[in-house]
Design a protein. Structure first.
Length: 1003
């Protein structure tokens, strides 16, 4: 199901109050016992024959209806087979009737070639919440969580008579977070979006290649990642992604996804590459690429449903729970992005190929973006000035998904429902007046074509010869290329090989030559000769894919390896970027030197850093040595960060050859080159007494120990020098983590005084967190009362992070040295269920003594602050002091939590409620997690990114912890928001009035 969350419909609830004045006038009697029937009239549908009149379309296009009820209902996904027949997923069980198995697959046929489907068949039924489908070998893969099925019609009656479960284990906890969107990729795999429900997926059926399913094979974990199916072997692989609903490839094979409030995201690298080096913590692969921001403005032409107006009002007053909806901008913004699709058809003017199309089901519109290459990434730019590609005045219009079609047009699956909303987000007082099944018998499919479009002949690729299919790989329409590629793969006809080799050498388009490469790969015929031909292609995109496919043959072909090593000088950054990943499949000194050259060539690009480090699970010592011995590299601060990262990896790996390389470098470096020495010593982090420290001391005759002692002494001196720059002092404090607390107690005590800048105190607390010493707890507690609220939060995190420090923390609370209100309530509640009985009992006793009672009573008590005059200046001070650690307004603070500016038109009571009761309804994106490391630390925060090798937690003040998966003992959700309860302890009624005045004043 698309990302049809309650947020998906929030675009202009502020505008609603103006646009529908007849609703909500009698607000004084609002309550859960009131009958709102008069304010909640039902909205009638527009009949299919009148639907086109509701649309406003950008110039140069026209929209046509190609199917409607009763021939199709509730369409949310589509797939054309090789002969132009259209299969459609009908999610009739949305949103509460998953167990009734109402879902179906519909087959539509256009027999007379007029562009409208006049024949309709029920191909399969009895499905629970189906969400995806893909054609393969005369049948269909169908996704219906928790399963993926394979259906086939073997007797030609247009109804499937075989059904096989091939995978199981996908999550179905959220009807609006189910896996979705099957797409055929260049790599001859079926790709899918996992969405927020995740999954632990296992294979049930064997593939046609006869690869058996081993009973001991563990499930494939898909949390935070997408997947790809290799249909011949029937294997499933995790892939980079993690969007919500929608997945698409452009003609070059680049992948794009979207989420509710982040409508255009690009997947910058493949999960399989970063998984190779477990010692490198790569950032998340998704990049938000919209130039106008993830929640860009949208310009709807439809009104907003009355029930949303009433619910917003009741939520704002705290009468019903839930996030208060609204915009803050009169035209709304993206909160329900779904179905991102890169247009690859020839039914529009050619300049539109490669543009992105995204639906917003809550705003009843289709948005488009022009994609511009930006290094190895993209920028998505708005092209419609205060308008959209398509809007409808009909609130029933729900553009859930899109498709590139055989006729070159863009097809739209319109679910056509009166209400799109998660049932748990509808208060009973409202829900009883709605019919969540209304529209279950309706649905439409449209196509958008260019104004000069002429209906082409229906394709019959299923009947095409192998030679015709190979020629079709060069077709101008993306559907033709993709379908021909799939059929070549399905047929496994090796007579295609010489034809494909000719295509790679002399195809008219670079896209066709790329398809030729992958078609050969799908036939198991990637040869060194073909790869070398493509590596010398004039087009950089062909060279890029040739580099990727060289991974099949490079280990056995010296010619291919030599060509790869020479491509470090390629004039295309994309080629060099792919090369850095591909070199990780090789080993040896020539490979290592090629990586060094790439670092020197592109050291400033963060994506190149990811690619290079992913390739250095082995060879880190050689690359570090080459950089450290190069005088020009030693002068480059960015290249020195590579040295630090490599040294850190070597310190963790403890490989003798890499350690020896580090020792040799340290011994040969000029002593005056302190920056490089510092980079190595800082990275390798060989603390005094560790095995590595002893090894370094033994091999260097004490030189390494002397270097470390000098570094720590210098760091201590700079850290204590109030005349030094803040940046230099922060860096020095961070270097002190290479030592121990013993001997530096006085220094840290001095650093934790109010006279020191906040950034110095914060750095000191962070460094102390790395020590495993009881003195840390003693020192932090002794300095507690002099710390600011934000620093207390960080110090509290540290005290909670090691079990050995918790008794001291509890004692401090019990004796009044630390007020319980200074500590994050979520942390204290976790202690109340701690495995240690003593800790558990002490924490429970403290919590029992300070129970705050019913939060609704607190809201009632604070409601008086709404009558107090607020002061904007004082309110800004409250925001800066308390809220800016997680929220951002007017450039102040950190944009970690939801945007407060969006609350401007929700009303003062909404702000009051959200501050006092942050956990009434929590978006899973902002849930707080606890991560236990293998060395016993406990870290908290929301999951900001996940890769195959690492997890990144983000918390207040934009602080992050990136932990390698090899260092994770346990990761669990707390089930509550990152924002703690108990803000009333810091914000009294007058301060609340001031804060509300400030938030309301932002324009």
């Amino acid at each position: 199901m698309p990302a049809f969350s309650r947020a998906a419909q929030t675009v202009v609830s502020c505008l609603v109050l103006l646009a529908v004045p007849s609703f909500g006038q009698d607000q004084e009697t609002d309550s859960v016992d009131r009958d709102y029937a008069a304010e909640l009239p039902r909205i009638k549908p527009v009949e299919p024959q009148d639907a086109l009149s509701t649309f406003t379309l950008a110039d140069g296009f026209r929209i046509e209806q190609v199917a409607a009820e009763p021939n199709v209902v509730d369409p949310i996904a589509m797939a054309f087979d090789e002969n132009g027949r259209l299969y459609v997923v009908e999610m009739r069980g949305y949103s509460e009737d998953g167990e009734l198995n109402l879902g179906r697959i519909r087959l539509l046929e256009d027999n007379d070639g007029d562009g409208r489907f006049e024949k309709s068949f029920i191909y399969a039924d009895g499905l629970s919440w189906p969400t995806a489908l893909a054609c393969y070998k005369g049948g269909l893969f169908v996704g219906a969580a928790p399963d993926i099925f394979y259906f086939k019609d073997t007797d030609g009656d247009n109804r499937a008579d075989t059904k096989q479960t091939v995978f199981t284990g996908f999550g179905r906890s959220n009807v609006q977070g189910l896996f979705n969107t099957f797409k055929w990729g260049l790599d001859n795999r079926i790709h899918g979006a996992t969405s927020s429900s995740g999954g632990e997926v296992t294979r049930v059926a064997e593939g046609e290649t006869g690869v058996p399913q081993k009973k001991e094979t563990p499930p494939v974990s898909l949390r935070g990642r997408d997947f790809a199916i290799e249909p011949r072997s029937m294997t499933i692989l995790p892939t980079s992604g993690g969007g919500q609903h929608g997945l698409s490839f452009n003609q070059w094979g680049d992948k794009f996804v979207c989420s509710n409030s982040n409508h255009a995201q690009y997947v910058q690298f493949e999960d399989r590459y970063v998984a190779r080096n477990p010692y490198f913590a790569a950032p998340g692969p998704r990049a938000s690429i919209a130039a106008d921001g993830p929640q860009a403005d949208v310009f709807r032409s439809s009104p907003v449903e009355p029930w949303r107006i009433v619910r917003t009002r009741l939520r704002a007053k705290g009468i019903v729970p839930g996030v208060v909806e609204g915009g803050g901008k009169p035209a709304g913004y993206f909160t329900g992005a779904t179905g991102i699709t890169i247009f690859r058809g020839n039914g529009w003017p050619s300049e539109y190929q490669g543009w992105a199309v995204v639906g917003d089901v809550g705003s009843n519109l289709v948005h488009r973006k022009k994609l511009e290459e930006d290094g190895a990434s993209y920028i998505a730019r708005r092209v419609d000035e205060k308008s959209e590609l398509l809007t409808s005045s009909d609130i029933w219009f729900r553009p859930a998904q899109f498709g590139n079609a055989p006729d070159g047009a863009l097809y739209i699956a319109d679910m056509y429902r009166e209400t799109i909303e998660h049932p748990l987000s509808l208060p009973p007082v409202i829900k009883k007046h709605l019919d969540l099944t209304s529209g279950r018998d309706r649905g439409r499919i449209y196509r958008i074509v260019g104004k000069d479009f002429k209906q082409p002949a229906l394709p019959r690729l299923g009947e095409a010869s192998t030679a015709t299919l190979v020629a079709t790989l060069d077709h101008e329409n993306g559907w033709h290329r993709e379908t021909a590629a799939r059929l070549i793969y399905e047929r496994q006809d090796h007579n295609a090989i010489p034809l494909l080799e000719t295509l790679v050498r002399s195809g008219t388009s670079p896209v066709g030559r790329i398809h030729g490469l992958y078609a050969l790969d799908g036939l198991g015929s990637t040869s060194p000769e073909v790869v070398l031909t493509a590596m010398n292609d004039a087009h950089p995109r062909v060279r890029e894919h040739a580099v990727k496919l060289s991974e099949r043959v490079a280990k056995t072909s010296a010619q291919v390896r030599e060509r790869l090593y020479s491509m470090v000088e390629d004039d295309s950054f994309r080629v060099r970027y792919q090369l850095a990943f591909t070199l990780g499949e090789l080993s040896g000194s020539s490979r290592n030197q090629a990586l060094v050259t790439l670092i020197q060539h592109d050291s400033s690009d963060p994506l190149m850093r990811i690619a290079v480090m992913s390739s250095l699970e082995e060879g880190a010592g050689d690359v570090l040595a080459a950089l450290a011995q190069d005088a020009s590299a030693r002068q480059d601060a960015v290249q020195r960060t590579y040295v630090t990262s490599l040294a850190s990896q070597i310190g963790k790996q403890q490989r003798s050859d890499d350690v020896a390389a580090v020792l040799q470098v340290l011994g040969a470096l000029p002593r005056e080159d302190s920056a490089t020495i510092q980079a190595i010593v800082e990275g390798i982090a060989a603390k005094k007494g560790s095995d590595l420290a002893k090894q370094l001391a033994a091999v260097t005759g004490g030189q390494a120990e002397s270097l470390m002692k000098d570094l720590l002494a210098s760091a201590a001196q700079v850290a204590s020098d109030r005349g030094a720059s803040p940046d230099a002092r922060v860096s020095a404090v961070q270097h002190l983590r290479l030592g121990e607390l013993v001997g530096h107690e006085r220094l840290f005590s001095d650093l934790l005084t109010p006279i020191e800048p906040t950034e110095i105190q914060s750095a000191a607390i962070s460094t102390m967190a790395t020590y495993d010493s009881p003195g840390v707890a003693t020192l932090l507690i002794s300095r507690w009362r002099g710390l600011s609220p934000s620093l207390r939060g960080r110090a509290g995190d540290v005290l909670f992070s090691r079990q050995a420090w918790i008794p001291s923390l509890l004692m401090a609370v019990e004796t009044g040295q630390i007020a319980l209100g200074d500590l994050e309530p979520t942390r204290m509640k976790l202690l109340a269920s701690h495995p240690d009985e003593s800790i558990r009992n002490r924490a429970a006793k403290l919590l029992e003594a300070t129970k705050s009672g019913d939060r609704n009573l607190l809201i009632s008590e604070y409601r008086g602050s709404l009558e107090l005059p607020g002061d904007r200046t004082r309110g800004k001070a409250v925001f800066t002091k308390i809220c800016s650690t997680c929220h951002q307004l007017e450039g102040v603070g950190y944009a970690i939590a939801p945007n407060l500016a969006a609350m401007q038109n929700r009303g003062p009571e909404a702000i009051l409620t959200n501050v006092l009761v942050p956990n009434r309804e929590v978006n899973p994106q902002y849930l707080n997690y606890v991560l236990i490391t293998t060395d016993g630390r406990a870290l908290t925060g929301m999951i900001a990114a996940e890769t195959a090798t690492s997890v990144t937690l983000k918390r207040a003040d934009n602080a992050t912890d990136t932990v390698l998966r090899i260092d994770i003992e346990e990761l669990r959700s707390t089930g509550v928001s990152l924002m703690p309860e108990g803000m009333e302890k810091q914000i009294d009624k007058q301060a609340m009035a001031d804060l509300i005045e400030y938030i309301q004043s932002i324009r």
